[in-house]
Design a protein around this ligand. Structure first.
Ligand code: SF4
Length: 697
C-alpha cells in the first residue's frame, strides 16, 4: 500500500466493503482492501468503478438561495431564521428533517440531536425507513432490541442458507461471492432462494421457490406448523429461553388450501423446503427488501425469527436469522437514533427515563416527548400543510418515495424547503428554496455500520470541491444560529463520534447493554486509525460480539425472546387479483437514482435503459415482444419501459427497476405508480406489490 493510499469504505450497499483509494494523475485507483473483514479484498462492479464517478460534473459547489449563488453565512442564517420562525408560529411539529442511509453516523447524530433535543420534535426520519424499518421492529419485538444476531461468517459456516426476498447476486454482490466460495469449498451446503422472480441469485440455488408476492408469512407459518407436527421443535430451548410460543403456533395454523393459495407453491415444493429446514442444524435465513418492503413486512420478519427460535437455531455459529440492509449506513443511523421512532444509543423515545437521561446528557432545552412522523406520514404532513419547513439531505424522495408525484406536489407547495446534496439538479432539489452543497464520497470523514454491525471509517482522500461542506457541519451551524452555540461546537467528525460514544456510556450502570464508552475520549489521531469494529457489545464484555444471544440471553426485561403471533392474511390469499403486481428493485450496476453510477460508462453498459420483466403469457396477451415498449400505468400515472420476457416470472407479475427517473417519457418515475401503503408496525412502504395495468405502447 503506497503512502498516498487511503483506507476507506464503499458508499453503496450494506455489505460495507473496505476500499483502498489511491489518487494519481490519471484519477483515483480503486482496489478492495484485503484487510477489511467484510470483503477481504473483493469488490463488485459498482465498488470497482468508484473512481469513474468522482468528477465534478453536475456537482453543487456553492450554496444557493432561490436558484442564485449565495454565501454560506446568509444561507445558514436564512435556514435558521425560517425554521425558528416556523417553530415560533406553529410549534416544533411544523418542521421536519428527511435524511439518508448515505449519510454518515456523525451526520445522523447531529441531525437527531438538533431535532429531538433542541427543536423538540422527533420529526426526523430517513430513507432507511424504506430499507429496513420492518426489521428494526421485528428485532425489537422478538429480542427486546434491534440487534442482528449473527455475522457474515455465519453464512459461510451454515449448511443451509435461505435467501428470502433477496437478489443477493446483484444487491449484495460481495457477500454473494463469499457464499459462492463457501459453497465451492463445501458443495454439500444447500442454498434455497425464496423469491417470486427467478433472478441471477437463483442460478446458485439448489432450490428456488417462486413464491407468490407477500406469501412469506404463510410460508414460515407453515414451516412452524410443520416443525411442530413433525416433532422437530427444540422444546427445551423454547421452555428455557422464550415466551409466547403457544400463541405463535396457534396463529400460524391454517388450512393446506390457504397455504398453497397464499404461497403459490405446490405440496412437493413446500415439503422439500420444510424437510431441508427440519433436518439441518446450521441454518441461516437472510432476508432483504422482499421481506421489509411490504405491508406485512414486520410480521414476515417475526415469522422467520419464530422458526429459528422454535429450533434454537440462533446465537450459534452458522445459525440465525440475518437481515441484509440495503444501504451503506442504515445500521449506523440506527445506532444514533436515526429514525423518528427511536432515541440515540438504542434508547426508547417512549421511555421517560431514557428521554430524561438523553436530555440531561445533551443539556437540551426542548426534548421531543413522543415519536415523530415516519417517512410516508412526514410527506403527507408536508402535503396537508402541517409541516411547513422541511430539510432533505442526501436523498431524492421525488424519485424514491412511493406516491412520488404526491411528494413532488407537497414539496412544490411547502413554504420552505432546504436540500443538502452533492448534486445541483436533482428532481427534489428543483423544489428547494435553499440548496447547501454537501461533501461526496472521498471528500467526507466519518463512520458507517454495515449489515453485520461492523463500524468502519469512511475517510477523505480528495479535497472538498468548491464550497462544499459536511452534512453535520450544515446542521451544526444552523443549530448555533438557532441559539445553541456550545451544543453544536464541533471541530470535526471525531468530536461527534466521541460524544456519541460518551452518550452510550452516560450513567450506564449496566442497565443498558450498549456501551461504546471506551471511545468517549477518542483523540482525532485514534479516530483516524480506527479499525473496522463490530458493535454493540454487552457492557463489561471483553472482545468482540460476533454473535448475540449465545446461551439464550436476550435483551428483554426477563432475558427471554418473544415469539410473535403472525396470523396469515388468508382472505387476500384467496382473492383473485384483477391487475398485475408491480415488483420494483435494483439492477446489478446502478445505485438508487443513479446520480453517481450513471456517470460510469462501464456501469451503464450492463443495462442501459429501464425495462419491464413480463411473463410470456402476459406478453402474448397484450401483444408485445422482447425489446418492444410497454406502458405501465396506475392511478393516472404512466411509465414506459422495454419488455424483457421472463419465462420464469409469475403470470400476474411484472418487475421494473427503480433507478431510472426520466425513462422514455417525461414523467417516468416508477414509484409514482406505487401507493403510499405501509406496514402498520414499522411504517415501511410496500414498494413491491403495487397493482398496475400494462399494455403495448
Ligand atoms: Fe460496494 Fe456493496 Fe459492492 Fe461491496 S458489495 S463493493 S459495499 S456495492
Amino acid at each position: 500500500m503506497s503512502d498516498c493510499t487511503t483506507r476507506t469504505t464503499c458508499p453503496y450497499c450494506g455489505v460495507g466493503c473496505g476500499v483502498l483509494a489511491t489518487p494519481g494523475k490519471d484519477g483515483v485507483a480503486i482496489k478492495g482492501d484485503p484487510q477489511h473483514p467484510a470483503n477481504f479484498g473483493r469488490l463488485c462492479s459498482k465498488g470497482s468503478a468508484l473512481g469513474e464517478t468522482l468528477d465534478l460534473d453536475g456537482r453543487l459547489l456553492h450554496p444557493e438561495i432561490g436558484g442564485k449563488r449565495a454565501g454560506w453565512d446568509e444561507s445558514l442564517s436564512l435556514v435558521a431564521e425560517r425554521f425558528s420562525q416556523t417553530i415560533a408560529e406553529h410549534g416544533p411539529n411544523s418542521v421536519g428533517f428527511y435524511l439518508s442511509g448515505q449519510m454518515l453516523t456523525e451526520d445522523y447524530y447531529v441531525a437527531n440531536k438538533l431535532m429531538k433535543g433542541f427543536i423538540g420534535t422527533a420529526n426526523v426520519d430517513t430513507n432507511s425507513r424504506l430499507c429496513m424499518a420492518s426489521t428494526v421492529v421485528g428485532h425489537k419485538r422478538a429480542f427486546g432490541a434491534d440487534i442482528v444476531p449473527g455475522c457474515y461468517e455465519d453464512l459461510e459456516l451454515a449448511d443451509l442458507v435461505i435467501l428470502v426476498g433477496s437478489n443477493m447476486a446483484w444487491c449484495h454482490p460481495v457477500l454473494f461471492q463469499r457464499l459462492q466460495s463457501a459453497k465451492a469449498e463445501r458443495p454439500q451446503m444447500k442454498i434455497v432462494l425464496i423469491d417470486p422472480r427467478r433472478t441471477k441469485t437463483a442460478e446458485m440455488a439448489d432450490l428456488h421457490l417462486p413464491i407468490a408476492p407477500d406469501g412469506d408469512v404463510a410460508l414460515f407459518n407453515g414451516l412452524l406448523q410443520y416443525l411442530a407436527d413433525a416433532g422437530q421443535l427444540d422444546q427445551s430451548y423454547i421452555d428455557r429461553h422464550t415466551n409466547h410460543f403457544d400463541e405463535a403456533l396457534t396463529a400460524a395454523k391454517m388450512s393446506l388450501k390457504a397455504l398453497h393459495a397464499k404461497t403459490g407453491l405446490s405440496a412437493d415444493q413446500l415439503a422439500e423446503f420444510y424437510r431441508l429446514f427440519a433436518q439441518t442444524e446450521k441454518v441461516v435465513t437472510c432476508f432483504s427488501q422482499g421481506v421489509n418492503q411490504s405491508s406485512e413486512g414486520t410480521n414476515k420478519v417475526n415469522a422467520i425469527i419464530n422458526c429459528h427460535l422454535a429450533t434454537g437455531r440462533i446465537g450459534k455459529k452458522g445459525a440465525g436469522p440475518f437481515s441484509l440492509t440495503g444501504q451503506p449506513n442504515a445500521m449506523g443511523g440506527r445506532e444514533v437514533g436515526g429514525l423518528a421512532t427511536m432515541l440515540a444509543a438504542h434508547m426508547e423515545i417512549g421511555n421517560p427515563a431514557h428521554r430524561e437521561l438523553v436530555q440531561r446528557f445533551w443539556q437540551s432545552p426542548a426534548m421531543a416527548s413522543e415519536q415523530g412522523l415516519k417517512a410516508v406520514d412526514m410527506f403527507d404532513a408536508v402535503a396537508n400543510g402541517k409541516i411547513k419547513a422541511i430539510w432533505v439531505m442526501g436523498t431524492n424522495p421525488v424519485v424514491s418515495m412511493p406516491d412520488a408525484n404526491k411528494v413532488a406536489n407537497a414539496l412544490e407547495n411547502c413554504p420552505f424547503v432546504v436540500v443538502s446534496d452533492i448534486m445541483a439538479d436533482t428532481e427534489t432539489a428543483r423544489f428547494a428554496h435553499v440548496k447547501l452543497p454537501a461533501l461526496g464520497w472521498g471528500e467526507k470523514d466519518g463512520t458507517v455500520t454495515n449489515s453485520e454491525r461492523r463500524i468502519s471509517r469512511q475517510r477523505a482522500f480528495l479535497p472538498a470541491p468548491g464550497e462544499a461542506r459536511a452534512d453535520w457541519w450544515h446542521m451544526a451551524e444552523v443549530g448555533k444560529r438557532m441559539g445553541h452555540p456550545s451544543a453544536f461546537d464541533y471541530r470535526s467528525a471525531s468530536d461527534i463520534f466521541a460524544e456519541h460514544a460518551a452518550l452510550s456510556a452516560f450513567e450506564n450502570n449496566g442497565t443498558r447493554d450498549f456501551d461504546l464508552g471506551e471511545y468517549a475520549s477518542l483523540s482525532p489521531k485514534d479516530y483516524e486509525k480506527f479499525q473496522p469494529t463490530l458493535w454493540p457489545r454487552r457492557k463489561g464484555q471483553k472482545g468482540v460480539s460476533q454473535r448475540f444471544f449465545a446461551g439464550g440471553h436476550f435483551f428483554t426485561p426477563d432475558g427471554r425472546a418473544n415469539f410473535v403471533a403472525t396470523p396469515t392474511d388468508t382472505e387476500t390469499a384467496l382473492a383473485q387479483p384483477t391487475k398485475l403486481r408491480l415488483n420494483t428493485g435494483r439492477v446489478r450496476d446502478h445505485w438508487h437514482t443513479m446520480t453517481r453510477t450513471g456517470k460510469s460508462a462501464a456501469l451503464s453498459a450492463h443495462i442501459a435503459e429501464p425495462y419491464c420483466e413480463i411473463s410470456p403469457g402476459q406478453a402474448a396477451k397484450i401483444g408485445v415482444r422482447t425489446a418492444e415498449l410497454v406502458e405501465i400505468s396506475a392511478a393516472g400515472q404512466k411509465v414506459l419501459a422495454r419488455a424483457i420476457i421472463n419465462p420464469k416470472l409469475g403470470h400476474d407479475q411484472i418487475f421494473v427497476p427503480m433507478h431510472w427517473n426520466g425513462n422514455f417519457s417525461s414523467n417516468g418515475r416508477i414509484n409514482a405508480l406505487v401507493p403510499g401503503k405501509t406496514d402498520p408496525f414499522s411504517g415501511q412502504p410496500a414498494l413491491k406489490a403495487a397493482q398496475v395495468d400494462v399494455r403495448a405502447a
